[in-house]
Design a protein around this ligand. Structure first.
Ligand code: LLP
Length: 406
């Protein structure tokens, strides 16, 4: 495996850059244009060396924490195989994701199963497989797990995902730690959870507590408050449940989409790690985290081809052959992904970059200044490695993009 200097200076120099006017990705500066030689349809390109670098930076920052990669961010098989080789576990949210990670070389002991809607069938299969941990999101789910495990003669290892009602100031659609959110369990529910755990003591081991306050967390004061709250709860619960030994502090560290500043991101990561480790170090427990976006977000781009330059009295539209069907983040969260032509030109234009889908919400960017592009050119929508292909659809019966790992 390639080794990279992990100092911030080195990271600041990698990511993307133009070499001889051609856009290159990742620490090894891989050219993207040659991948379009036989272009048929939009392509997600993922740089595995870039993923190694990000994963190792996170691993280093978080010390002995066990990382369970959040598969929902990008369930590409080669990426999963790669992360398994790097030592990651997998955080999954469906039986589909369980199957995918097992096919990709993870073992049942690598799997943490989260999610608010686990069906009876999914819980049964997970228990039969003997997965490492189930992160429980509601009292009825805990009850359901207790009953199914008893019927199967199994013992489930469960972690209580608690919702401390704390605002991390992210987009409302990706906040998960507020009392209005469907995720986790309110702290006032703890007495009932204890009763339920005591009732099912033969079929459930309480092994941990967890939190996940949301995604795209860029400052950590709310997170620190949540950690402190959960720490007290952990200590109290441990008196009743000596099996309690894991503290899962979630994922959610954000990345910048409007620029590439890996140095600043590394420094934010160090702040996050320091807050986490300082707060939890005296608990003497196993630490776990479930990062998704931070590991893979920058490491993927979506390449699409310009079909038309359409001018109206109000605007110029650059119509490309990919859209909200392949990358929904700009439409859904108003995410500002950078867009770069694969071949750089000198002049510039201001335009909306839009897709072929029959919706006015189908755009990648609005009023964006780009280096001049023409019909047939390729552009890369940057930072599309997380929640890109995994949220893609076949709306309008457009084909899904290709995926290539480099
Ligand atoms: N663990 C749990 C329980 C989660 O719900 C999530 C993300 C993660 C871990 C990983 O979070 P990350 O480190 O990637 O922030 N589609 C949205 C993001 C949704 C995140 C949902 N949960 C987007 O494109 O921004």
């Amino acid at each position: 495996m390639t080794k990279y200097p992990s100092c911030a200076m080195m990271l600041a120099e990698v990511g993307m850059e133009y070499i001889n006017n051609e856009l290159c990705l990742g620490p090894l500066k891989k050219a993207l244009l040659p991948l379009c030689a036989n272009y048929m349809r939009p392509i997600y390109v993922y740089d595995l060396d870039f993923i190694s670098q990000r994963y190792q930076a996170m691993k280093k920052a978080l010390g002995s924490t066990r990382l369970f990669y959040a598969v929902k961010a990008n369930p590409n098989v080669e990426i999963l195989q790669h992360l398994k080789k790097l030592g990651a576990g997998a955080d999954v949210v469906s039986l589909g994701e369980i199957k995918r990670v097992l096919e990709s070389g993870f073992t049942v002991q690598d799997i943490v199963y989260s999610g608010v809607g686990k069906t009876r069938h999914e819980i049964t299969e997970a228990l039969k497989l003997g997965i490492y941990q189930i992160n429980v999101e509601s009292l009825p789910e805990l009850e359901r797990i207790g009953i199914i495990a008893r019927e199967l003669g199994k013992k489930a290892s469960v972690v209580l995902r608690l919702n401390p009602d704390i605002d991390i100031k992210t987009h409302p659609y990706i906040a998960t730690g507020l009392k209005d959110n469907k995720f986790g369990m309110e702290l006032s529910l703890i007495p009932e959870l204890i009763q339920c755990l005591q009732k099912h003591t033969g079929s459930i081991d309480l092994v941990g507590v967890s939190l996940h306050l949301g995604s795209m967390m860029m400052e950590f004061s709310g997170y620190q408050e949540a950690l402190k709250t959960l720490k007290t709860i952990f200590v109290d619960l441990q008196k009743k449940f000596p099996t309690l030994k894991r503290f899962d502090f979630g994922g959610g560290v954000g990345i910048f989409y409007d620029r590439l500043d890996l140095e600043l991101e590394e420094s934010l990561l160090r702040d996050y790690a320091k807050i986490t480790l300082d707060t939890l170090s005296d608990l003497n427990c196993e630490l776990q985290s479930e990062p998704g976006r931070w590991v893979v977000g920058h490491c993927g781009v979506l390449i699409t081809q310009v079909q038309y330059i359409k001018k109206t009295s109000a605007k110029t539209f650059v119509v490309v052959d990919s859209g909200m069907n392949h990358l929904i983040r700009p439409s859904l969260y108003e995410a500002d992904h950078m867009i770069r032509p694969l071949v750089k030109k000198s002049e510039s234009i201001k335009a909306d970059i839009v897709g072929p889908i029959c919706e006015s919400a189908d755009f990648f960017a609005k009023d964006r200044t780009l280096t001049s592009i023409s019909e047939g050119d390729f552009v890369a929508v940057m930072d599309a490695g997380a929640y890109g292909y995994s949220m893609a659809s076949i709306y309008n019966l457009q084909e899904l993009p290709l995926e290539i790992c480099i």
